[in-house]
Design a binder for this molecule. Structure first.
Ligand SMILES: [Zn+2]
Length: 309
């Protein structure tokens, strides 16, 4: 400690920090650098209004945008053993968990819900990248099993949104065990003859890509999402070659037959409803966002969603 660290640096920091924008009101687009106002960004489903880059969206916000009227019921997920390995890196695992819970307001990295989308009953599960990188631990495994069991019990399709940096290293081998567990959960759906649709979002990597995220009957991805097992930097360093432009991005994977569709987030609801009704042998959706096969004319959801307040 000397006078530079104690006196000069805090003064310099305070000079600069005053000019910083409050983080909670503005988000900088990582792609084009545009400053996006939080309300405008939320109304646009966290898609950059300037360059169409798809920023991360919380499972709750995603469900609110997808389910009819934003109404859904959460499916209960069995609680796993907390911190089974007493893991500690720079921080204790329970402390990391608490920090993530405080930052996101969620219990864990996956949310499961049931409801109707375009009047089509469905179970949905969404992974939360902002919660410890969406890492797949025992809870995420339990969530996928709970989602699959619920879908089988109600005879509904399951739609899963993946976003993860991979397995949760704080749970060691127990996190890797979620790969076979979730694969069995997906198999339960297939045995019951129920559709399983995966929407891969940016980024979906590691053990998640190597298990439930790639086992969908229909594989959709959001534009420019990074989808890989090992990331491009690791591969480049290993093979010592420059990788092609757009390597491991959604469009590249679509071109090479790894995906069925790449769909803009704002078109996703319409597309999912269309697919679910088609594979569920239900009447085709009426043109527009919300299909109305029933006797009650449905209000235009565009108008309802445009004025959330
Ligand atoms: Zn942008």
């Amino acid at each position: 400690m000397n006078w530079i660290t104690n006196y000069v640096r805090p003064r310099i920091n305070s000079l600069f920090s005053r000019r910083e924008v409050p983080e909670n009101l503005w988000t900088k687009c990582p792609e084009c650098g545009t400053m996006l106002f939080h309300r405008e960004l939320a109304e646009n489903l966290n898609v950059c209004t300037n360059c169409d880059h798809h920023l991360a969206i919380s499972p709750r916000a995603r469900f609110a945008a997808l389910f009819d009227g934003g109404v859904f019921n959460e499916v209960k997920v069995p609680e796993p053993v907390a911190d089974p390995l007493q893991f500690r890196d720079q921080k204790k695992y329970p402390d990391r968990m608490k920090a993530a819970q405080k930052a996101t307001g969620e219990k864990e990295a996956m949310l499961v819900a049931e409801g109707e989308m375009g009047r089509t009953p469905v179970v949905m599960a969404a992974q939360d990248f902002s919660f410890m990188g969406g890492s797949m631990g025992m809870y995420v495994g339990n969530a996928i099993i709970a989602a699959a069991e619920r879908a089988v019990a109600l005879r509904r399709p399951l739609v899963l949104f993946s976003a993860a940096g991979g397995a949760r290293m704080q749970e060691g081998i127990l996190s890797l065990m979620q790969m076979p567990r979730t694969t069995v959960a997906v198999e339960m759906l297939k045995e019951a003859g129920l559709p399983y649709i995966v929407v891969l979002t940016h980024p979906t990597t590691g053990g998640v890509t190597a298990s439930y995220a790639m086992l969908g009957d229909i594989q959709i991805a959001e534009p420019n999402a990074l989808i890989c097992f090992a990331g491009p930097r690791v591969i480049e360093q290993t093979i010592r070659e420059k990788l092609p432009e757009g390597f491991q991005r959604a469009e590249y994977l679509l071109e090479h037959g790894m995906l069925d569709r790449v769909t803009h987030r704002k078109k996703l609801r319409e597309e999912l409803v269309g697919i679910l009704r088609m594979v569920g042998n239900l009447p085709a959706p009426v043109a527009g966002d919300l299909p109305a096969p029933g006797p009650i004319p449905a209000p235009a959801p565009e108008a309802a969603e445009a004025n959330p307040a």
